[in-house]
Design a protein around this ligand. Sequence first.
Ligand SMILES: [Zn+2]
Length: 83
Amino acid sequence: MSNHTGCHHLLSTLSDYIDGDLSAELCAELDQHLEGCSNCRVVVNTLKKTVELYKEEDGPDDLPGDVRYRLFQCLELGDFQSK
Ligand SMILES: [Zn+2]
């Protein structure tokens, strides 16, 4: 609890996470947070499933900006990803 990192800060790293560009440090931070935060766990699981589904259907390595934008909107994370 003393080292609590805000959910929103953690979730803001997810765009890098999707890109496979998250640093090991942040990745560990994210994992640690997820262990104690079921809210974020749900978000990340949903995000992963969405990305996997998307990849299965269309095959590209990267999510187009529009898809990502809508994804974050859907997850109510749009404010940090706004242009
Ligand atoms: Zn959280």
